[in-house]
Design a protein around this ligand. Structure first.
Ligand code: ADP
Ligand code: MG
Length: 693
């Protein structure tokens, strides 16, 4: 145990002083164990010399031969061209920056060994600025015995340095110096080799190991570590869950008083899927452990009603409920919806956003603290410290992926003041691919609303170039004059909200000029809350034909009569975002259309993405495609989601392990609970909020 490398600080290595230790600490390397889990991202094969005749472009190789010619070539970019011949063939090394000694070094007749990647150049295959070494006739051959690791680049830590540190650490690595935390039977069952062997192999793969397999992350040693890492993450989430549940919660059995009243006034029946999810929630909230439930449902599947019923279940038990949305617009819309449903039942509400201030805010805070306001709707302003609830029993978080694990924690803590945790209902319209959901939400139970309300007609999606803008405007005009309503969405490449708003303003001006017979509204993120709400309301009530908007309307906005959407430059948006936007139409009985008006030329990937939108309206299919095309960090936005940054694992590549990881986690909890904490500590850095279990 004492020999465990997790207890030995990096400063014990030769050459590691305070400055270097600080640099290492920045990338979360403190102990020798941390260092050894800092794995190469790829390898070079310098274990054998490749003959020039068999050179392939774009692969790293070692060649060795005699300099046949070496001369400066003039031209637009002068360079030094050095021809190396090994008997099987010849190839050029090209240096754009060179000095006289450099040239002297490579005099004809010199024997050189050169490392690098041959690429197609002016004279056939060429090596650009390769690493090379002059071979003295009687010097021993220094071909390497293992593949050469290339570590992730880090500020102030070059390859040589990090390689040296890892080599030192590897010399101290004994079979028992990294604790094997997975019990034998578990390793056998999931075919996982010994940890130390895997670590050793990955830092210094012996000659003959496949560079390609390693590069793709498919080597059994990599799978071994990825498995353990995913397991650690899964366990940390489960610990969070256990923690939350051990605090205890408040039992709120359905009394079916308020809920039954609301259901009676709804103009529709719940779908089967909604009923199922409502039943899940009823059951969870009736228990005296806090509910931790994620409701996934595609856009338009009717999550809001489900949330309202949960809110009523809290209220009919005498508890307050908080409903939180990620944007002002969405919060306002919830406020309107909830008010419509709840006010007739005599329930008092409060609305709190970041823009609520001064006396108004004070008043609201008092109402919330006294319990006079039973239902509070708002943005993340609800997280602020001075917001104190009288008796918070339920927190609903809508559009979860914009919050994330951290806020989830913050909210749990907020409720804890009352001697138990509030129930939590998290709703997301972004259909998260199963693999991601398993990883990001291992602390939550999941219900899925997998059915849309009846009577929806599918949206017809058309991909069209912006050279046909006039035609599009004509079509828009006639649709509006027939009494339909439309959205015109402006996007921008830059994350600059200001520019996006400006683009929307300009577009609105132009459209007003071209279409004087239409009444056209404009919403964007920089408008006052009141102003936005008024315009949304006017649009909802049918006073506006056309709403020009930025992507602020992406989530939640619900105007069933709107049946046409034009999205400018859709190629700038991710698939998930496009799906969300498009979900603003197709909410009524009329057939809806979505025009994706791109700007040529499109990259191949953009073309593919727009085609996906055209072909599918299923959020899950789109999300899976998005994951394939862009990767999980992009899909969910790592920082926003609190989705973990992995050291070894990659979700697209290792997603297939997750099912096994889940069952392994369960087995470990049962059979080897003492391994959990060290596993979590090994893999999750202390800066990860959920590592602190
Ligand atoms: P989302 O899941 O995207 O949040 P909403 O809750 O906004 O969806 O619901 C979309 C629309 O469908 C709303 O107009 C809502 O009133 C309506 N709706 C919800 N449930 C049903 C149902 N069971 N039958 C008919 N319409 C429904
Ligand atoms: Mg919604």
């Amino acid at each position: 145990m004492d020999r465990s490398l997790s207890n030995i600080p990096v400063t014990t290595l030769k050459g590691v002083g305070e400055a270097l230790a600080d640099k290492l600490a920045k990338i979360n390397i403190h102990s020798l164990q941390d260092l050894l889990f800092h794995l190469p991202m790829r390898y070079l094969d310098r274990t054998r010399v490749t003959s020039i005749a068999t050179l392939q472009p774009n692969t790293d190789v070692v060649i060795q031969g005699t300099v046949a010619a070496c001369q400066a070539v003039s031209g637009r970019r002068p360079s030094l061209l050095c021809r190396v011949d090994d008997g099987s063939g010849a190839v050029n090394l090209r240096f754009y920056h060179y000095t006289a000694p450099h040239k002297n070094n490579l005099r004809p007749g010199t024997e050189v060994r050169c490392f690098g990647e041959a690429r197609q150049g002016a004279t056939g295959l060429e090596f650009y600025h390769p690493e090379y070494r002059v071979i003295k006739p009687d010097a021993p051959c220094d071909i390497q015995e293992t593949l050469t690791p290339i570590y992730p680049a880090t500020d102030g830590l070059n390859q040589q340095r990090i390689r040296n540190l890892c080599e030192q650490a590897l010399q101290m690595l004994e079979d028992d110096s990294l604790q094997e935390l997975l019990p034998d039977e578990l390793r056998q069952k999931y075919q996982l080799g010994p940890l130390v062997a895997a670590v050793r192999l990955l830092h210094q793969p012996p000659q003959g190991e496949s560079v390609v397999l390693l590069k793709e992350g498919c080597h059994p040693a990599q799978k071994r570590l990825a498995f353990e890492e995913l397991l650690a993450h899964n366990l940390s989430m489960q610990l969070l869950r256990k923690r939350a549940q051990s605090v205890g919660g408040f039992a709120m059995p359905p009394t079916n008083t308020l809920t039954a009243n609301m259901l009676r006034t709804l103009p529709f029946d719940l779908t089967g899927a909604q009923q199922r999810v409502v039943a899940d929630i009823n059951r969870d909230m009736a228990a005296n452990v806090p509910m931790l439930r994620l409701v996934q449902g595609d856009v338009g599947s009717g999550k809001t009603v489900v949330a309202a019923l949960a809110v009523l279940q809290a209220v009919e038990n005498g508890y307050q409920a908080a409903v939180m949305a990620p944007t002002e617009i969405l919060a306002e819309q919830h406020q309107i919806n909830f008010a419509n449903w709840l006010r007739p039942l005599g329930i008092s509400m409060a609305f709190l956003s970041g823009k609520t201030s001064g006396k108004k805010r004070q008043e609201l805070l008092e109402k919330i603290a006294s319990g006079e306001a039973m239902v509070v709707v708002g943005t993340h302003a609800l997280f602020q410290d001075d917001v104190v609830f009288h008796r918070l029993g339920l927190a609903v978080i809508d559009e979860q992926h914009r919050f994330g694990v951290h806020q989830r924690m913050a909210l749990r803590k907020k409720g804890e003041q009352n001697g138990g945790l509030p129930h939590q209902l998290i709703m997301t319209a972004t259909p998260i691919p199963r693999t991601l959901a398993m990883s990001a939400y291992a602390d939550l139970d999941v219900s899925v609303i997998d059915e849309l309300p009846p009577g929806r007609t599918p949206i017809n999606t058309v991909v069209i170039g912006d050279d046909r803008r006039e035609e599009v405007i004509k079509r828009l005009r006639s649709a509006c004059l027939e009494g339909r309503q439309a959205y015109w969405v402006c996007t921008l490449i830059e994350e600059s909200e200001a520019l996006q708003c400006q683009a929307a303003q300009v577009t609105a001006e132009q459209l007003r000029e071209t279409l004087p017979e239409l009444s056209i509204g404009l919403v964007h993120g920089r408008m006052k809350t009141r102003e936005k709400a008024d315009i949304m309301q006017a649009f909802k009530e049918g006073h506006l034909h056309l709403l020009v908007a930025t992507t602020v309307i992406e989530v939640g906005v619900d105007v069933p009569n709107a049946s046409l959407m034009i999205i400018e430059n859709p190629e700038r948006l991710g698939l998930a975002q496009l799906h969300q936007l498009r979900g603003r139409v197709g909410r009524g009985k009329i057939a809806s259309h979505c025009l994706l008006m791109y700007h040529a030329p499109l990259s191949r990937q953009s073309r593919e993405r727009l085609q996906v939108m055209k072909d599918s309206s299923d959020g899950f299919v789109i999300a899976e495609k998005d994951l394939q095309l862009r990767g999980p960090g992009e899909v969910l936005g790592t920082r926003q989601t609190g989705l973990a940054q992995f050291k070894v694992a990659e979700l697209e590549r290792d997603g297939g392990l997750l099912t096994a990881v889940r069952s392994a986690a369960r087995e470990l909890v049962e059979r080897s609970p003492q391994s959990i904490e060290p596993l979590v500590n090994r893999w999750l850095s202390q800066t990860d909020e959920y590592a602190n279990v």
